[in-house]
Design a protein around this ligand. Structure first.
Ligand SMILES: *[C@@H]1O[C@H](CO)[C@@H](O)[C@H](O)[C@H]1NC(C)=O
Ligand SMILES: *[C@@H]1O[C@H](CO)[C@@H](O)[C@H](O)[C@H]1NC(C)=O
Ligand SMILES: *[C@@H]1O[C@H](CO)[C@@H](O)[C@H](O)[C@H]1NC(C)=O
Ligand SMILES: *[C@@H]1O[C@H](CO)[C@@H](O)[C@H](O)[C@H]1NC(C)=O
Ligand SMILES: *[C@@H]1O[C@H](CO)[C@@H](O)[C@H](O)[C@H]1NC(C)=O
Ligand SMILES: *[C@@H]1O[C@H](CO)[C@@H](O)[C@H](O)[C@H]1NC(C)=O
Ligand SMILES: *[C@@H]1O[C@H](CO)[C@@H](O)[C@H](O)[C@H]1NC(C)=O
Ligand SMILES: *[C@@H]1O[C@H](CO)[C@@H](O)[C@H](O)[C@H]1NC(C)=O
Length: 368
Protein backbone atom coordinates (compact mmCIF):
# COMPACT_ATOMS: atom_id res chain seq x y z
CA UNK A 1 0.00 0.00 0.00
CA UNK A 2 1.40 3.47 -0.86
CA UNK A 3 2.68 5.36 2.15
CA UNK A 4 0.11 8.14 1.84
CA UNK A 5 -2.96 5.92 1.94
CA UNK A 6 -1.49 4.01 4.87
CA UNK A 7 -1.19 7.29 6.72
CA UNK A 8 -4.75 8.30 5.86
CA UNK A 9 -6.12 4.95 7.00
CA UNK A 10 -4.08 5.07 10.17
CA UNK A 11 -5.39 8.58 10.77
CA UNK A 12 -9.00 7.53 10.29
CA UNK A 13 -8.54 4.59 12.59
CA UNK A 14 -6.99 6.87 15.21
CA UNK A 15 -9.95 9.26 14.97
CA UNK A 16 -12.45 6.41 15.36
CA UNK A 17 -10.76 4.94 18.41
CA UNK A 18 -10.22 8.41 19.81
CA UNK A 19 -13.95 9.19 19.50
CA UNK A 20 -14.75 6.08 21.51
CA UNK A 21 -12.25 6.90 24.23
CA UNK A 22 -13.28 10.57 24.29
CA UNK A 23 -16.93 9.56 24.65
CA UNK A 24 -15.96 7.53 27.68
CA UNK A 25 -13.80 10.24 29.16
CA UNK A 26 -16.61 12.67 29.69
CA UNK A 27 -20.11 12.12 30.92
CA UNK A 28 -22.10 10.83 27.99
CA UNK A 29 -25.53 9.69 26.99
CA UNK A 30 -24.91 8.55 23.43
CA UNK A 31 -22.12 6.24 22.34
CA UNK A 32 -20.89 5.34 18.88
CA UNK A 33 -22.54 1.91 18.69
CA UNK A 34 -22.50 -0.80 21.30
CA UNK A 35 -19.54 -0.72 23.61
CA UNK A 36 -19.28 -4.46 23.87
CA UNK A 37 -20.94 -7.43 22.33
CA UNK A 38 -22.40 -10.56 23.84
CA UNK A 39 -20.38 -13.77 23.19
CA UNK A 40 -19.98 -14.58 19.49
CA UNK A 41 -21.30 -18.12 19.97
CA UNK A 42 -24.73 -19.14 21.22
CA UNK A 43 -23.58 -22.73 21.74
CA UNK A 44 -23.11 -23.81 25.40
CA UNK A 45 -19.40 -24.46 25.95
CA UNK A 46 -19.99 -27.97 27.27
CA UNK A 47 -21.34 -29.04 23.86
CA UNK A 48 -17.88 -28.68 22.41
CA UNK A 49 -16.23 -32.09 22.98
CA UNK A 50 -12.82 -30.45 23.34
CA UNK A 51 -14.14 -28.54 26.32
CA UNK A 52 -15.07 -31.01 29.00
CA UNK A 53 -11.85 -32.93 28.59
CA UNK A 54 -9.56 -30.02 27.73
CA UNK A 55 -6.07 -30.77 26.47
CA UNK A 56 -4.52 -31.61 29.84
CA UNK A 57 -7.29 -31.84 32.41
CA UNK A 58 -11.00 -32.42 32.89
CA UNK A 59 -12.51 -28.96 33.27
CA UNK A 60 -15.69 -30.12 35.03
CA UNK A 61 -13.99 -32.21 37.67
CA UNK A 62 -11.39 -29.51 38.43
CA UNK A 63 -13.83 -26.74 39.27
CA UNK A 64 -13.26 -27.16 43.00
CA UNK A 65 -9.68 -28.14 43.70
CA UNK A 66 -6.79 -27.30 45.97
CA UNK A 67 -8.92 -26.75 49.04
CA UNK A 68 -6.69 -29.21 50.88
CA UNK A 69 -3.49 -27.49 49.80
CA UNK A 70 -2.07 -24.70 51.91
CA UNK A 71 -0.23 -22.86 49.17
CA UNK A 72 -0.85 -21.33 45.79
CA UNK A 73 -3.90 -20.23 43.92
CA UNK A 74 -7.46 -21.45 43.38
CA UNK A 75 -9.17 -18.56 41.68
CA UNK A 76 -12.53 -17.88 40.07
CA UNK A 77 -12.49 -14.38 38.51
CA UNK A 78 -15.67 -13.08 36.91
CA UNK A 79 -15.60 -9.86 34.89
CA UNK A 80 -18.97 -8.52 33.71
CA UNK A 81 -19.13 -5.80 31.04
CA UNK A 82 -22.72 -4.72 31.41
CA UNK A 83 -25.30 -2.64 29.59
CA UNK A 84 -28.42 -2.30 31.71
CA UNK A 85 -31.99 -2.28 30.42
CA UNK A 86 -31.81 1.47 31.19
CA UNK A 87 -28.84 1.79 28.78
CA UNK A 88 -26.26 2.43 31.50
CA UNK A 89 -22.79 0.85 31.34
CA UNK A 90 -21.02 -0.80 34.24
CA UNK A 91 -17.96 -2.92 34.64
CA UNK A 92 -18.24 -5.30 37.60
CA UNK A 93 -15.75 -7.86 38.86
CA UNK A 94 -16.27 -10.46 41.53
CA UNK A 95 -13.53 -12.84 42.53
CA UNK A 96 -12.72 -15.56 44.99
CA UNK A 97 -9.65 -17.52 45.92
CA UNK A 98 -9.82 -20.53 48.21
CA UNK A 99 -6.78 -22.48 49.31
CA UNK A 100 -6.62 -24.73 52.34
CA UNK A 101 -8.66 -23.43 55.25
CA UNK A 102 -8.61 -19.84 54.11
CA UNK A 103 -9.77 -17.69 51.31
CA UNK A 104 -10.93 -14.35 50.05
CA UNK A 105 -13.61 -12.75 47.97
CA UNK A 106 -14.13 -9.31 46.62
CA UNK A 107 -15.53 -7.00 44.02
CA UNK A 108 -14.73 -4.00 41.88
CA UNK A 109 -17.48 -1.72 40.63
CA UNK A 110 -17.15 0.96 37.99
CA UNK A 111 -19.81 3.15 36.41
CA UNK A 112 -18.76 4.30 32.94
CA UNK A 113 -21.24 7.16 32.93
CA UNK A 114 -20.25 8.72 36.24
CA UNK A 115 -16.71 7.42 36.64
CA UNK A 116 -17.48 6.48 40.23
CA UNK A 117 -16.06 3.26 41.58
CA UNK A 118 -15.51 1.15 44.64
CA UNK A 119 -13.80 -2.09 45.59
CA UNK A 120 -13.69 -4.64 48.38
CA UNK A 121 -11.24 -7.35 49.28
CA UNK A 122 -12.42 -9.56 52.12
CA UNK A 123 -10.22 -12.23 53.66
CA UNK A 124 -12.35 -14.90 55.24
CA UNK A 125 -12.94 -18.61 55.69
CA UNK A 126 -15.47 -20.26 53.41
CA UNK A 127 -18.52 -21.64 55.17
CA UNK A 128 -19.40 -24.15 52.42
CA UNK A 129 -17.36 -25.96 49.79
CA UNK A 130 -19.53 -27.93 47.36
CA UNK A 131 -19.19 -31.69 47.32
CA UNK A 132 -21.35 -32.66 44.31
CA UNK A 133 -21.20 -29.37 42.44
CA UNK A 134 -19.01 -26.31 42.36
CA UNK A 135 -20.04 -24.19 45.32
CA UNK A 136 -17.94 -21.74 47.30
CA UNK A 137 -19.77 -19.82 49.96
CA UNK A 138 -18.69 -17.26 52.54
CA UNK A 139 -21.84 -16.98 54.67
CA UNK A 140 -24.18 -14.28 53.37
CA UNK A 141 -21.24 -12.32 51.96
CA UNK A 142 -20.47 -14.20 48.76
CA UNK A 143 -21.52 -17.37 46.99
CA UNK A 144 -20.41 -18.83 43.67
CA UNK A 145 -22.26 -21.95 42.64
CA UNK A 146 -22.84 -24.06 39.60
CA UNK A 147 -26.51 -24.47 38.68
CA UNK A 148 -25.69 -27.58 36.63
CA UNK A 149 -23.99 -30.92 37.38
CA UNK A 150 -21.20 -30.32 34.84
CA UNK A 151 -19.91 -27.41 36.99
CA UNK A 152 -19.55 -24.99 34.06
CA UNK A 153 -22.74 -24.54 32.02
CA UNK A 154 -24.39 -21.98 34.32
CA UNK A 155 -22.70 -20.40 37.32
CA UNK A 156 -24.45 -18.05 39.72
CA UNK A 157 -22.77 -15.38 41.86
CA UNK A 158 -24.65 -13.79 44.77
CA UNK A 159 -22.76 -11.27 46.86
CA UNK A 160 -23.39 -8.30 49.09
CA UNK A 161 -20.71 -5.72 49.87
CA UNK A 162 -22.51 -3.46 52.33
CA UNK A 163 -19.50 -1.12 52.71
CA UNK A 164 -19.84 -0.33 49.00
CA UNK A 165 -23.64 -0.29 49.05
CA UNK A 166 -23.43 -2.94 46.34
CA UNK A 167 -25.00 -6.34 45.90
CA UNK A 168 -25.45 -8.59 42.91
CA UNK A 169 -27.15 -11.75 41.74
CA UNK A 170 -25.81 -12.68 38.31
CA UNK A 171 -25.60 -15.86 36.30
CA UNK A 172 -23.16 -16.49 33.49
CA UNK A 173 -23.16 -19.28 30.93
CA UNK A 174 -19.91 -20.11 29.09
CA UNK A 175 -20.47 -20.04 25.33
CA UNK A 176 -18.45 -21.38 22.42
CA UNK A 177 -15.04 -22.92 22.96
CA UNK A 178 -13.01 -22.34 26.06
CA UNK A 179 -9.69 -20.54 25.92
CA UNK A 180 -6.86 -22.68 27.27
CA UNK A 181 -3.91 -20.46 28.15
CA UNK A 182 -0.84 -21.55 26.25
CA UNK A 183 -3.01 -23.86 24.11
CA UNK A 184 -3.04 -26.61 26.71
CA UNK A 185 -4.31 -24.68 29.72
CA UNK A 186 -1.06 -25.34 31.60
CA UNK A 187 1.69 -22.77 31.80
CA UNK A 188 4.66 -21.80 33.92
CA UNK A 189 3.59 -19.41 36.65
CA UNK A 190 6.38 -18.11 38.79
CA UNK A 191 8.36 -21.12 39.89
CA UNK A 192 5.94 -23.88 38.91
CA UNK A 193 3.25 -24.91 36.46
CA UNK A 194 -0.31 -23.84 36.98
CA UNK A 195 -3.59 -24.32 35.13
CA UNK A 196 -5.71 -21.62 33.60
CA UNK A 197 -8.63 -21.42 31.22
CA UNK A 198 -11.19 -18.77 30.39
CA UNK A 199 -14.49 -18.38 28.63
CA UNK A 200 -16.71 -15.72 27.13
CA UNK A 201 -20.13 -16.10 28.74
CA UNK A 202 -23.75 -15.11 28.28
CA UNK A 203 -24.77 -12.95 31.23
CA UNK A 204 -28.00 -12.24 33.09
CA UNK A 205 -29.14 -10.98 36.46
CA UNK A 206 -29.47 -7.90 38.59
CA UNK A 207 -27.33 -5.74 40.84
CA UNK A 208 -28.10 -2.99 43.29
CA UNK A 209 -25.81 -0.04 43.69
CA UNK A 210 -26.42 2.84 46.10
CA UNK A 211 -30.05 1.86 46.41
CA UNK A 212 -30.82 1.53 42.69
CA UNK A 213 -31.47 -1.91 41.22
CA UNK A 214 -30.19 -2.42 37.67
CA UNK A 215 -31.20 -5.24 35.33
CA UNK A 216 -28.65 -6.65 32.90
CA UNK A 217 -29.51 -6.48 29.19
CA UNK A 218 -28.10 -9.90 28.18
CA UNK A 219 -27.91 -9.01 24.49
CA UNK A 220 -25.60 -6.10 25.22
CA UNK A 221 -23.53 -7.57 28.04
CA UNK A 222 -20.79 -10.15 28.33
CA UNK A 223 -18.59 -11.93 30.84
CA UNK A 224 -15.02 -13.15 30.92
CA UNK A 225 -14.82 -16.06 33.36
CA UNK A 226 -11.25 -16.85 34.35
CA UNK A 227 -10.39 -20.02 36.22
CA UNK A 228 -6.88 -20.55 37.49
CA UNK A 229 -5.23 -22.86 40.02
CA UNK A 230 -1.75 -24.01 40.97
CA UNK A 231 0.82 -24.54 43.72
CA UNK A 232 2.64 -21.23 43.67
CA UNK A 233 2.24 -17.53 42.99
CA UNK A 234 4.88 -15.52 41.13
CA UNK A 235 6.88 -13.38 43.53
CA UNK A 236 7.71 -10.85 40.81
CA UNK A 237 4.08 -10.06 40.00
CA UNK A 238 2.56 -9.99 36.52
CA UNK A 239 0.52 -8.11 33.94
CA UNK A 240 -2.53 -9.68 32.35
CA UNK A 241 -4.42 -8.35 29.34
CA UNK A 242 -7.73 -10.13 28.64
CA UNK A 243 -8.42 -8.53 25.26
CA UNK A 244 -11.92 -8.86 23.76
CA UNK A 245 -12.28 -7.69 20.19
CA UNK A 246 -15.41 -6.55 18.38
CA UNK A 247 -14.72 -9.23 15.73
CA UNK A 248 -15.24 -11.94 18.37
CA UNK A 249 -11.58 -12.83 18.97
CA UNK A 250 -10.50 -13.17 22.61
CA UNK A 251 -6.81 -12.83 23.48
CA UNK A 252 -5.48 -13.71 26.94
CA UNK A 253 -2.05 -12.11 27.26
CA UNK A 254 0.36 -12.77 30.11
CA UNK A 255 3.60 -11.02 30.93
CA UNK A 256 5.14 -12.68 33.98
CA UNK A 257 8.68 -11.67 34.95
CA UNK A 258 11.39 -14.28 35.52
CA UNK A 259 11.03 -15.86 38.95
CA UNK A 260 13.42 -18.08 40.93
CA UNK A 261 15.45 -19.17 37.95
CA UNK A 262 12.55 -19.47 35.49
CA UNK A 263 12.49 -17.54 32.22
CA UNK A 264 10.20 -14.63 31.58
CA UNK A 265 6.76 -15.75 30.42
CA UNK A 266 5.28 -13.45 27.80
CA UNK A 267 2.71 -15.07 25.57
CA UNK A 268 -0.81 -14.64 24.31
CA UNK A 269 -3.50 -17.19 23.55
CA UNK A 270 -6.04 -16.12 20.94
CA UNK A 271 -9.43 -17.84 20.74
CA UNK A 272 -11.27 -17.35 17.45
CA UNK A 273 -15.09 -17.54 17.20
CA UNK A 274 -14.81 -20.85 15.32
CA UNK A 275 -12.90 -22.38 18.25
CA UNK A 276 -9.42 -22.20 16.75
CA UNK A 277 -6.71 -21.30 19.24
CA UNK A 278 -3.37 -19.75 18.50
CA UNK A 279 -0.44 -19.11 20.82
CA UNK A 280 1.73 -16.10 20.05
CA UNK A 281 4.85 -14.79 21.76
CA UNK A 282 4.69 -11.28 23.18
CA UNK A 283 7.31 -8.61 23.72
CA UNK A 284 7.83 -8.08 27.47
CA UNK A 285 8.25 -4.36 26.71
CA UNK A 286 4.63 -3.26 27.21
CA UNK A 287 5.35 0.49 27.23
CA UNK A 288 3.30 1.68 30.22
CA UNK A 289 2.22 5.33 30.10
CA UNK A 290 -0.30 7.74 31.67
CA UNK A 291 0.62 7.04 35.30
CA UNK A 292 -1.69 7.92 38.16
CA UNK A 293 -1.18 7.74 41.90
CA UNK A 294 -3.73 6.14 44.22
CA UNK A 295 -4.82 8.45 47.03
CA UNK A 296 -5.60 5.34 49.08
CA UNK A 297 -2.29 3.48 48.82
CA UNK A 298 0.05 6.02 47.17
CA UNK A 299 0.85 3.41 44.54
CA UNK A 300 1.48 4.32 40.93
CA UNK A 301 -0.63 2.58 38.28
CA UNK A 302 -0.66 3.11 34.53
CA UNK A 303 -3.58 4.04 32.30
CA UNK A 304 -2.08 2.95 28.98
CA UNK A 305 -0.02 0.06 27.64
CA UNK A 306 1.08 -1.15 24.26
CA UNK A 307 1.19 -4.90 23.70
CA UNK A 308 3.44 -6.01 20.82
CA UNK A 309 2.87 -9.54 19.54
CA UNK A 310 5.82 -11.37 17.99
CA UNK A 311 3.74 -12.73 15.13
CA UNK A 312 4.33 -12.54 11.39
CA UNK A 313 2.23 -9.34 11.16
CA UNK A 314 3.86 -7.44 14.05
CA UNK A 315 0.42 -7.07 15.62
CA UNK A 316 0.17 -4.31 18.21
CA UNK A 317 -2.79 -3.63 20.48
CA UNK A 318 -2.93 -0.63 22.75
CA UNK A 319 -4.83 -0.43 26.05
CA UNK A 320 -6.31 2.91 27.03
CA UNK A 321 -8.19 3.58 30.24
CA UNK A 322 -10.65 6.47 30.18
CA UNK A 323 -9.17 9.80 31.33
CA UNK A 324 -6.86 8.82 34.18
CA UNK A 325 -6.55 12.48 35.16
CA UNK A 326 -10.00 12.31 36.69
CA UNK A 327 -10.88 8.60 36.74
CA UNK A 328 -8.91 6.40 39.09
CA UNK A 329 -10.51 3.00 38.81
CA UNK A 330 -9.41 -0.52 39.49
CA UNK A 331 -7.34 -0.64 42.63
CA UNK A 332 -8.25 -3.25 45.22
CA UNK A 333 -6.09 -3.44 48.30
CA UNK A 334 -5.66 -6.06 50.96
CA UNK A 335 -3.29 -7.11 53.67
CA UNK A 336 -0.52 -4.88 54.93
CA UNK A 337 -0.15 -2.36 52.17
CA UNK A 338 -0.69 -4.75 49.27
CA UNK A 339 -2.78 -3.85 46.26
CA UNK A 340 -3.48 -4.82 42.68
CA UNK A 341 -5.24 -2.92 39.93
CA UNK A 342 -7.81 -4.27 37.45
CA UNK A 343 -8.55 -1.17 35.41
CA UNK A 344 -11.23 -0.95 32.76
CA UNK A 345 -9.72 -0.34 29.36
CA UNK A 346 -10.51 -0.01 25.70
CA UNK A 347 -8.28 -1.78 23.20
CA UNK A 348 -7.36 -0.70 19.69
CA UNK A 349 -4.65 -1.60 17.24
CA UNK A 350 -3.90 -4.15 14.57
CA UNK A 351 -4.25 -7.91 14.76
CA UNK A 352 -2.97 -10.06 11.88
CA UNK A 353 -2.83 -7.07 9.57
CA UNK A 354 -6.35 -5.83 10.30
CA UNK A 355 -7.32 -2.93 12.47
CA UNK A 356 -9.27 -3.98 15.50
CA UNK A 357 -10.91 -2.48 18.53
CA UNK A 358 -12.37 -3.91 21.66
CA UNK A 359 -12.55 -3.76 25.41
CA UNK A 360 -11.31 -5.47 28.56
CA UNK A 361 -9.13 -4.69 31.51
CA UNK A 362 -5.47 -4.53 32.35
CA UNK A 363 -4.46 -6.34 35.51
CA UNK A 364 -1.41 -4.82 37.19
CA UNK A 365 -0.13 -7.08 39.96
CA UNK A 366 3.05 -5.87 41.63
CA UNK A 367 5.87 -7.99 43.01
CA UNK A 368 5.42 -9.14 46.58
C1 LIG B 1 -14.88 -35.38 33.48
O1 LIG B 1 -15.09 -35.94 34.77
C2 LIG B 1 -16.44 -36.25 35.06
C3 LIG B 1 -16.49 -36.80 36.45
O2 LIG B 1 -16.02 -35.87 37.34
C4 LIG B 1 -17.00 -37.26 34.08
O3 LIG B 1 -18.38 -37.41 34.35
C5 LIG B 1 -16.82 -36.73 32.69
O4 LIG B 1 -17.20 -37.75 31.77
C6 LIG B 1 -15.36 -36.37 32.44
N1 LIG B 1 -15.27 -35.81 31.12
C7 LIG B 1 -14.46 -36.32 30.21
C8 LIG B 1 -14.54 -35.67 28.87
O5 LIG B 1 -13.70 -37.22 30.43
C1 LIG C 1 -18.32 -30.96 40.01
O1 LIG C 1 -17.60 -30.53 41.16
C2 LIG C 1 -17.74 -31.38 42.27
C3 LIG C 1 -17.06 -30.71 43.46
O2 LIG C 1 -15.70 -30.57 43.19
C4 LIG C 1 -17.16 -32.75 41.94
O3 LIG C 1 -17.32 -33.60 43.03
C5 LIG C 1 -17.90 -33.30 40.74
O4 LIG C 1 -17.32 -34.52 40.33
C6 LIG C 1 -17.83 -32.33 39.58
N1 LIG C 1 -18.66 -32.79 38.49
C7 LIG C 1 -18.15 -33.25 37.34
C8 LIG C 1 -19.13 -33.67 36.30
O5 LIG C 1 -16.96 -33.34 37.14
C1 LIG D 1 -22.16 5.27 45.78
O1 LIG D 1 -22.40 6.39 46.57
C2 LIG D 1 -21.23 6.87 47.26
C3 LIG D 1 -21.67 7.95 48.21
O2 LIG D 1 -22.41 8.92 47.53
C4 LIG D 1 -20.23 7.35 46.21
O3 LIG D 1 -19.03 7.79 46.83
C5 LIG D 1 -19.89 6.20 45.30
O4 LIG D 1 -19.03 6.63 44.28
C6 LIG D 1 -21.13 5.58 44.69
N1 LIG D 1 -20.72 4.39 44.02
C7 LIG D 1 -20.85 4.22 42.73
C8 LIG D 1 -20.17 3.02 42.14
O5 LIG D 1 -21.51 4.98 42.03
C1 LIG E 1 -27.05 -6.83 52.09
O1 LIG E 1 -26.72 -6.79 53.47
C2 LIG E 1 -27.38 -5.77 54.18
C3 LIG E 1 -26.84 -5.75 55.59
O2 LIG E 1 -26.89 -7.02 56.15
C4 LIG E 1 -28.90 -6.02 54.13
O3 LIG E 1 -29.57 -4.98 54.77
C5 LIG E 1 -29.33 -6.08 52.68
O4 LIG E 1 -30.70 -6.44 52.60
C6 LIG E 1 -28.54 -7.11 51.91
N1 LIG E 1 -28.87 -7.02 50.50
C7 LIG E 1 -29.19 -8.08 49.79
C8 LIG E 1 -29.53 -7.84 48.35
O5 LIG E 1 -29.19 -9.21 50.24
C1 LIG F 1 -31.02 -14.75 42.28
O1 LIG F 1 -31.78 -14.62 41.11
C2 LIG F 1 -32.42 -15.83 40.74
C3 LIG F 1 -33.04 -15.63 39.38
O2 LIG F 1 -33.86 -14.53 39.39
C4 LIG F 1 -33.42 -16.21 41.80
O3 LIG F 1 -34.04 -17.41 41.46
C5 LIG F 1 -32.70 -16.37 43.11
O4 LIG F 1 -33.64 -16.61 44.14
C6 LIG F 1 -31.91 -15.12 43.45
N1 LIG F 1 -31.07 -15.40 44.62
C7 LIG F 1 -31.04 -14.60 45.67
C8 LIG F 1 -30.17 -15.04 46.79
O5 LIG F 1 -31.66 -13.55 45.74
C1 LIG G 1 -26.96 3.29 49.97
O1 LIG G 1 -27.29 4.28 49.01
C2 LIG G 1 -28.59 4.84 49.21
C3 LIG G 1 -28.86 5.76 48.06
O2 LIG G 1 -27.79 6.65 47.89
C4 LIG G 1 -28.64 5.55 50.55
O3 LIG G 1 -29.94 6.07 50.77
C5 LIG G 1 -28.27 4.57 51.65
O4 LIG G 1 -28.18 5.25 52.87
C6 LIG G 1 -26.94 3.92 51.37
N1 LIG G 1 -26.69 2.88 52.34
C7 LIG G 1 -25.52 2.74 52.94
C8 LIG G 1 -25.43 1.59 53.91
O5 LIG G 1 -24.57 3.47 52.70
C1 LIG H 1 4.09 8.58 48.08
O1 LIG H 1 5.13 7.97 47.31
C2 LIG H 1 6.12 8.90 46.91
C3 LIG H 1 7.05 8.20 45.94
O2 LIG H 1 7.39 6.93 46.39
C4 LIG H 1 6.83 9.43 48.15
O3 LIG H 1 7.80 10.37 47.77
C5 LIG H 1 5.80 10.10 49.04
O4 LIG H 1 6.42 10.50 50.27
C6 LIG H 1 4.66 9.15 49.36
N1 LIG H 1 3.62 9.88 50.07
C7 LIG H 1 2.99 9.38 51.09
C8 LIG H 1 1.89 10.24 51.68
O5 LIG H 1 3.26 8.30 51.56
C1 LIG I 1 -9.54 14.66 31.28
O1 LIG I 1 -10.32 15.38 32.20
C2 LIG I 1 -9.77 16.67 32.48
C3 LIG I 1 -10.62 17.30 33.59
O2 LIG I 1 -11.99 17.28 33.23
C4 LIG I 1 -9.76 17.50 31.22
O3 LIG I 1 -9.17 18.75 31.49
C5 LIG I 1 -8.92 16.78 30.16
O4 LIG I 1 -8.99 17.47 28.94
C6 LIG I 1 -9.45 15.38 29.97
N1 LIG I 1 -8.52 14.67 29.07
C7 LIG I 1 -8.95 13.99 28.04
C8 LIG I 1 -7.90 13.28 27.24
O5 LIG I 1 -10.14 13.93 27.73
Amino acid sequence: MPVNSTKILAGLWFLCSYARVAALSNSFTALPGDLWLSPPSTEPAINNPFVASGPTYNVSSNQVVRVESTTGLNSHWVGHWITTTDHLHFFLITFTNVVGGGGANGCLVYSLETGSSSSSFITDTPTTIGQDRLKIQFGNQYELQSLTDDNISAINVVANYTENNFSLNTTFQPRGSLLFNGGSGSFFWGSDFNQGWASPAYTSGVFTLNGTTHTIDSKRSTTWYDRQWGDTTPTQGWHWFPIQLDNGIRISTWIVPADKGSAIEAFATALYPNGRQEVVSVSPDMKPSNPWVSSKTNRTWFGSFEVSFLDEYNSVIKATSPNVTIRHFGEASFGAGFAFCDSFTLYSGTWKGEKVSGWGIVEQWPAT
